[in-house]
Design a protein around this ligand. Structure first.
Ligand code: GLV
Ligand code: MN
Ligand code: MN
Length: 405
């Protein structure tokens, strides 16, 4: 039952505009289970309550809100949504656009008097970016059984706080972590609307695209050993400087990516002990590699592993998403609804990909990003393109929930 008039897209957007926003950079820092993340979760449950949607949290704390009883349909419901966490100094759209658009699409359907035959769900997947504990899409990986509960509980943030501790501090029960087949069984199909994160739509003259799949991608930790010593008294020939090893690893990664037509990024480095006048005793660097195909990606990683291994560094895989194809029928349906919109694969990672690899028919809608930039405050979508996304999503939800598919 609707209790009060739901907030419009613009009102929802401005309600979250300041949550977790750093005033100096203008970027968002909404990391899993921090105060900012909890505020976003609270905002989400408030919006769901206003709309009379039934909200539950699964075993990993992903929030699911349903219009209609998700256990009433033998084929499950149609779910949409995205995530509300962010990378360090992330943009406003990556994640929240999908959640806000989902709620606005439901409002649009209700305003048209639509009554769903199958339930419609809106999800806020937790910890999609993996910015705090290192594993991307931790929420969807956990419920699909790709991330083990023991490993997740033991993951630590930069301050040494474990995920288990962070969840406990946030009032959750980390001992309950685990695959959640019940939550998943409710999802007959999943559509994630998302800001386009590159230049894919800029020159095509269209506001929306259909996502048909994800490039394979993964994260690796590189631990580089060194030996601490004095910056002013240690001869260059006597040094074992871990930062030199790190610099070599970064350059090797770039060269390997160029050689294999892939993308390799080192965006996070931890130098110990971290003194200006002390030679580094160790460095940990995190490597992100993506490619259009797995052989190119594997060749890139192998080349980096071999080069840094020769210098005594150890490379450990922290997360992996294989080449992912979304559901053909769903992609074709979206393309027709979206007025023959372009169909594209992306090098970005998404919970939709994790669900697809767990057997849930999934696909994505991308909204044009005129800056072509993402994971930065420069990320942008024009209001009319956002509205086009909401309208398309509403049509697709109606198509898939109006009659048994
Ligand atoms: C998430 O946006 C990712 O692609 O890492
Ligand atoms: Mn992202
Ligand atoms: Mn995202």
């Amino acid at each position: 039952m609707i209790i009060t008039q739901p907030a419009t897209f613009e009102q929802m957007w401005s309600a979250i505009a300041d949550i977790g926003r750093d005033p100096t950079t203008g970027g968002y820092r909404r990391f899993a289970w921090t105060a900012a993340d909890l505020s976003m979760r609270e905002w989400f449950s408030g919006e769901c309550a206003t709309r009379g949607l039934d909200l539950t949290e699964d075993r990993m704390g992903n929030q699911w809100a349903w219009w209609g009883d998700p256990d009433s349909s033998s084929s499950g419901g149609i779910a949409t949504g995205s995530h509300l966490d962010s990378v360090p100094d992330g943009g406003a759209f990556d994640g929240p656009l999908g959640v806000v658009s989902a709620l606005a699409a439901i409002d649009r359907l209700r305003a048209d008097g639509f009554v769903p035959h199958r339930p419609i769900g809106v999800v806020n997947f937790g910890d999609e970016e993996g910015a705090r504990f290192g594993v991307s899409c931790a929420g969807s990986r956990m419920i699909t059984g790709v991330l083990s509960p023991d490993r997740a509980r033991a993951l630590r943030d930069a301050k040494g706080i474990s995920m288990a501790e962070a969840m406990r501090l946030a009032g959750r029960q980390p001992d309950q972590l685990g695959p959640d087949p019940e939550a998943l069984a409710r999802v007959g199909s999943f559509i994630e609307l998302h800001i386009e994160q590159g230049r894919g739509l800029i020159d095509l003259g269209q506001a929306l695209a259909v996502g048909s799949g994800l490039w394979p991608h993964g994260r690796w930790r590189i631990d580089i050993p060194g030996e601490a010593n004095h910056a002013g008294t240690t001869r260059l020939s006597d040094r074992r400087d871990a930062v030199i090893g790190c610099a070599q690893a970064v350059l090797v990664a770039r060269a390997a990516a160029e050689a294999h037509g892939s993308l390799a990024t080192v965006g996070k480095i931890n130098i110990k002990p971290g003194g200006v006048n002390a030679i580094a005793s160790s460095v940990t660097a995190w490597l992100d590699v993506r490619a259009a195909d797995e052989p190119a990606l594997r060749a890139t990683v192998a080349e980096i592993e071999s080069a840094v291994g020769n210098a005594g560094a150890v490379v450990t895989e922290e997360s992996w998403t294989p080449q992912t194809a979304f559901d053909d029928a769903l992609v074709a349906h979206l393309a027709s609804v979206l007025d023959n919109a372009p169909v594209m694969r992306t090098g970005a990672g998404h919970d939709a990909g994790i669900l697809a690899n767990a057997g849930v028919p999934a696909a994505m809608i991308f909204v044009r990003n005129p800056t072509g930039a993402s994971h930065t405050p420069a990320e942008w979508a024009e209001p009319e393109d956002c509205q086009a996304g909401v309208a398309a999503l509403a049509t697709v939800l109606a198509d898939f929930s109006g009659a048994e598919q």
